[in-house]
Design a protein around this ligand. Structure first.
Ligand code: C2E
Ligand code: MG
Ligand code: MG
Ligand code: MG
Length: 280
């Protein structure tokens, strides 16, 4: 028997898969430990009011400092956490860490709301609402301290459940954002049925706005449609001043992106904020 080129390729492919599976498995085992051992970290990326240049919020973005692999980004472990049934614990950890940070900000001057990303699994967690309320009590926090972001595709997974949970969060007084809007293959019409306040236009459209005419059209018409539905708009992935100026001209309310700031440690946020100057 002689291994032909195809067999060889299959063997290499299977080997690569094995490798990846093993890596995933170890990461998964490691993640259980990470949640308990303070290897997780939140960074905070500021959001800006486009018209005034005022800092109006921060998004909490999770990082995992792995003892061997170093910095692991959420794109590499959130799906893993979902599949391993660990996302609930991750979300609870994030919520508590964000509230601890907010508590510190409230004690050191003017605090901005912190947006926490939820996963579709969280919407099916029967203890989510109770846990959120308990956490607020623990930190003596108000619902205005925290906001929630849910991706468009996560909402589309089970619209009736999303509708129910979002209504409950909304009734408790939390502001709600639809994240990564434009990537979920849904129409804006279903938004009418969700009690959300903001949509965040996915960074893939915003980042390419100047080089790609289609992206520009999508951003501009999404802003118009959102306004017609009574919603406000955040553009994410704003990487240049010229894109900011275009967004301002189109009436986009808020912006987030590297041209304002990369995600930074919570300890540095107040100092960053007080030295930050944006001329409009
Ligand atoms: P997202 O919620 O859409 O967050 C925005 C992502 O875009 C972040 O990536 C942020 O660092 C990045 N970003 C911000 N400004 C720019 C820019 O100007 N240009 C470019 N190219 N990128 C920019 P990050 O932190 O790697 O997070 C990736 C995704 O992981 C997030 O996307 C979110 O869906 C998820 N994620 C992050 N933290 C959490 C968490 O605590 N819980 C859950 N369930 N998901 C999280
Ligand atoms: Mg987000
Ligand atoms: Mg997003
Ligand atoms: Mg995104």
């Amino acid at each position: 028997y002689q291994a032909g080129p195809l067999n060889k390729r299959v063997a290499i492919y299977a080997g690569a898969l094995d490798n990846e599976n093993t890596q995933r498995l170890t990461l998964m085992t490691d993640l259980r430990r990470a949640i308990d051992c303070e290897e997780l970290l939140l960074l905070y990326q500021p959001k800006l009011k486009v018209v005034s240049g005022r800092v109006c919020g921060a998004e909490a973005l999770i990082r995992w400092i792995h003892p061997e692999h170093g910095l692991v980004n959420p794109d590499r472990f959130i799906k893993l956490a979902e599949n391993a049934g660990l996302i609930t614990r991750v979300t609870y950890w994030v919520l508590n860490a964000a509230l601890r940070e907010s508590y510190a900000w409230h004690n050191s001057g003017e605090a901005v709301p912190i947006a926490v990303n939820l996963s579709s699994h969280d919407l099916r967690d029967p203890n989510l609402l109770g846990h959120i309320q308990e956490s607020l009590t623990t930190w003596g926090a108000q619902p205005t301290w925290i906001q929630f972001e849910l991706t468009e595709s996560c909402l589309m997974e089970d619209l009736p459940v999303a509708q129910k949970v979002l209504q409950q969060l909304h009734d408790l007084g939390f502001k709600l954002f639809i994240d990564d809007f434009g990537t979920g293959y849904s129409s804006l019409s279903y938004l009418r049925r969700l009690p959300v306040d903001y949509i965040k236009i996915d960074q893939s459209f915003v980042t390419n706005m100047e080089s790609d005419e289609d992206s520009a059209v999508i951003v501009r018409s999404t802003i118009d449609l959102a306004h017609n539905l009574g919603l406000e708009v955040v553009a994410e992935g704003v990487e240049s001043r010229s894109i900011m100026d275009l967004l301002a001209g189109w009436g986009c309310e808020e912006a987030q992106g590297y041209c304002i700031s990369k995600p930074i440690p919570g300890n540095d946020f107040q100092e960053w904020k007080s030295s930050f100057l944006w001329s409009v």
